[in-house]
Design a protein around this ligand. Structure first.
Ligand SMILES: Nc1nc2c(c(=O)[nH]1)N[C@H]1C(S)=C(S)[C@@H](COP(=O)(O)O)O[C@H]1N2
Ligand SMILES: [Mo]
Length: 321
């Protein structure tokens, strides 16, 4: 993910994953994390502390879905984040989100629905049984993780809202609080961060609202208390810390389309055959797979083609990227 126009790209963004991971893993392997001179030489490391665990979720269903995948370690999932509201560097959200308040929280359901309403977290958690979903997650930047999310199908909320016959799209509007979100005070993106899905994508059983990971409530840096997860799309579609869900007739302009429409399309389906204008999407680095992070081939629809391919039947995926 890059900010705005190509001219703004820092050279450090070209291989950020490798550099960050290798340094951190080498230092860990050598047991050197407390040594000050090294931290000074490698500034990114100084902040890459382990994130604390969150309270456990008492009740959720486990399934076999995704159980063949090797999970990305908790510490990688919670310290290597994209959440620009808390800074653009991967290690910043874990550090800068600490003061962000996530209780009380509610989501306003608006637009083309028969049952517009405000849902608090208690109500949201009762919409459907919580379930663990082990999903491969692919960032448009070229790295990936495997995360055991805990959440509910987004379809449960949609059924409650009762979309009108005009509703074709669902927008996710996320928190934008300058007082507690350091990134929101800067014009990094057009705040609030806004993402959207076509209604049938939103209804798909793989699409979830996540409230936890690794059997614990979501850490703030991962989008507490509730965020969207759409495993066949690039990670930027998964808006974090959602405050409004709006149903609309016309395709919404999303934040990343506004920032660079030629680079980040509305669909953002993972597709190894359609390159980003500035880099290939044919392969990915799986985070946390050892000292020298493995590069593996990227799969069509992130490997979920069997489940979601029919949603795009007849569409030109090079045009509708
Ligand atoms: N509100 C908000 N949501 C966001 C982002 C963001 O900057 N702000 N970044 C997105 C991107 S680019 C990715 S890859 C995922 C990362 O989620 P994770 O840190 O939980 O792995 O969050 C997405 N959701
Ligand atoms: Mo991303």
């Amino acid at each position: 993910m890059l900010i705005g126009k190509p001219a703004d790209i820092a050279p450090s963004e070209i291989t950020p994953v490798e550099t960050f991971r290798r340094r951190r893993e080498i230092v860990k392997a050598l047991g050197l994390s407390a040594i000050a001179p090294l931290s000074t030489a490698w500034p990114a490391l100084a902040q890459a502390e382990d994130a604390p665990h969150q309270p456990p979720i008492k009740q959720f269903n486990k399934t076999d879905f995704g159980k063949e995948e090797k999970l990305t370690p908790y510490q990688d999932v919670t310290t290597y984040n994209n959440f620009y509201e808390f800074g653009t560097a991967k290690e910043q959200p874990a550090v800068n989100a600490k003061k962000f308040r996530t209780t009380p929280w509610s989501i306003s359901i608006e637009g083309e629905v028969h049952k517009a309403q405000t849902l608090d977290m208690d109500k949201l958690l009762k919409l459907a049984p919580l379930e663990e979903r082990i999903y491969r997650m692919r960032c448009v930047e070229g790295w990936s993780m495997v995360i055991p999310w805990v959440g509910i199908p987004l379809s449960a909320l949609i059924k409650l809202a009762q979309p009108t016959s005009n509703a074709k799209y669902v927008e996710f509007i996320t928190a934008a609080e300058p007082d507690s979100m350091i990134g929101v005070r800067a014009p990094i993106l057009d705040w609030p961060y806004l993402e959207a899905l076509r209604l049938d994508e939103a209804m798909h059983p793989l699409t979830i609202l996540a409230v936890g990971l690794y059997g614990e409530y979501l850490p703030k840096q991962n989008g507490a208390p509730v965020r969207l997860v759409v495993p066949w799309k690039y990670g930027f579609k998964g808006g974090k810390s959602i405050v409004r869900i709006r149903f609309s007739e016309r395709m919404p302009q999303t934040t990343w389309m506004r920032a660079a429409a030629n680079e980040y399309g509305f669909y953002a389906n993972v597709n190894p055959k359609v390159a980003h204008p500035r880099w290939s999407q044919a392969s990915e680095r799986r985070i946390g797979s050892g000292l020298f992070t493995r590069r593996i081939p990227t799969q069509m629809f992130n490997g979920y083609a069997e489940q979601v391919g029919q949603l795009y039947a007849g569409m030109d995926l090079a045009k509708n990227f």
